[in-house]
Design a protein around this ligand. Structure first.
Ligand SMILES: Nc1nc2c(ncn2[C@@H]2O[C@H](COP(=O)(O)OP(=O)(O)OP(=O)(O)O)[C@@H](O)[C@H]2O)c(=O)[nH]1
Ligand SMILES: [Mg+2]
Length: 393
């Protein structure tokens, strides 16, 4: 298998997404800022000496005032004992109770952090702590959040990344593109000011992508990226399962709804509509193949796609209204769509008869667009209406 890295190395100065490394004269600024480093840990005992050792060296070299919060989910692998005897009073291991999870652990750490700047990173030494001062300086230069990034010029990953791992990361990153302009929004290494958290209504502790959650929920637009070399974990086991990766899609959907509100409902409604066209055609052809009269087959296709559209819209596009009566909603949906079909027909006829030169296909498309918008608005505001704002997760 070919080994790939996401980017060609160096020439960071040509990459507008990359934040410049600080001038030497400014380097002391980072030392003036007390920093809370939050690290979620689950069975990372083998990695703790390396992590704490490197942060300790940095602390002395750069004169940093920092605390390290290890947010541990009852690992029971000797992590607690190691921290107790490590002899550093700035290192604290917090044993969490309740359901285990990376995001809830990080959120708890953010709440406990006593310093104004928070840095989140993994315990497995994938993220170089030596980049923390550059990240803090970029915050001082005006960024709201700074990512330790693999995907800006100068950033890189270990060469052992096979094609499928690269592709997986590439697709996941592209799916997040409408949410932020950051090149590496999936990163678990980022810095921001604790006060930014006040801008979020609510942080949802699902999935692995807590940085993306902070960017979207706190509506941070000024996101900088400092290039890092991402090293694969040398010790311990990965906790990133396939299940976690599927939860990422669920997480993305919620973030889209949060960020785009009604537009995201419209996008889902359109996708359901497209699936309805396919269902309609499949049923139509199946019925004709079974010898059913064509007029009845047309009606059958429409009826089945109406039901599949209803169920999918209820499950996805307007899932916030799922608590209400399915029977009443179905009657409303069918009623609204029947009016939509009349709207579609009327608009097509009007375009064709009264706007001279409109070809049939254009009139028809205009009718479909009008019918779709009508169906969406009636579904959104009449059938699946909800007293609560739909933009909240
Ligand atoms: N507290 C806590 N930390 C977790 C949990 N799952 C993962 N972590 C930590 O989150 C960080 C990232 O987890 P990793 O297993 O390294 O996930 P990854 O970086 O995507 O995968 P690999 O590095 O390839 O293994 C590590 O510091 C883990 O110890 C959890 O359930 N609870
Ligand atoms: Mg890792």
């Amino acid at each position: 298998m070919t080994a790939l890295t996401m980017h060609d190395p160096p020439s960071a100065e040509h990459d507008p997404a990359s934040v410049d490394a600080p001038a030497d004269g400014l380097a002391h600024v980072a030392s003036l800022t007390p920093i809370s480093i939050v690290v979620p840990t689950y069975r990372e005992c083998e990695n703790l000496p390396g992590l704490v050792g490197r942060i300790d060296a940095l602390k002395h070299e750069r004169g940093l005032d920092l605390e390290l919060l290890l947010m541990d989910d009852q690992s029971g692998d000797g992590s607690r004992e190691w921290v107790e005897q490590c002899g550093h009073d700035w290192v604290r291991l917090v044993e969490r109770e309740g359901p285990r999870g990376l995001s809830p652990a990080v959120l708890d750490g953010m709440r406990l952090a006593k310093h104004p700047v928070i840095v989140v990173m993994d315990a497995d030494l994938s993220h170089p702590p030596e980049k923390v001062p550059d990240m803090v300086l970029a915050l001082h230069a005006g960024q709201e959040l700074v990512i330790g990034s693999r995907y800006v010029a100068g950033g890189s990953t270990d060469d052992e990344w096979g094609f499928f791992r690269w592709l997986n990361s590439f697709i996941a990153t592209k799916l997040a593109a409408p949410l932020t302009s950051a090149r590496d929004p999936m990163a678990g290494f980022f810095a921001f000011r604790k006060r930014e958290l006040e801008r979020a209504d609510y942080l949802n502790p699902i999935g692995y992508k807590i940085g993306l959650e902070v960017i979207v929920k706190c509506r941070l637009t000024n996101v900088g990226e400092v290039p890092i070399h991402f090293t694969d974990r040398a010790h311990g086991e990965s906790k990133l399962t396939l299940r976690e990766q599927l939860r990422y899609l669920q997480h993305l959907r919620r973030l889209y709804i949060y960020k785009f509100g009604t537009w995201s409902h419209l996008a889902q409604f359109m996708m359901v509509g497209a699936s309805g066209v396919v269902v309609n055609l499949l049923v139509l052809y199946a019925l004709v193949w079974m010898g059913v009269n064509e007029r009845v087959a047309f009606a059958g296709g429409i009826a089945v796609s109406l039901v599949s559209n209803f169920l999918l819209n209820r499950r996805f596009s307007f899932s916030y209204a799922r608590g209400q009566s399915i029977g009443k909603q179905f009657i409303g949906f069918a009623g609204a769509c029947s009016v939509g079909m009349v709207v579609q027909w009327a608009v097509s006829v009007l375009l064709h008869d009264f706007v001279s030169g409109t070809p049939l296909w254009l009139a028809s498309l205009g009718g479909i667009a009008a019918g779709t918008v009508f169906n969406f608005l009636t579904s959104r505001y009449l059938v699946f209406r909800n007293a609560k704002s739909p933009v909240k997760p």
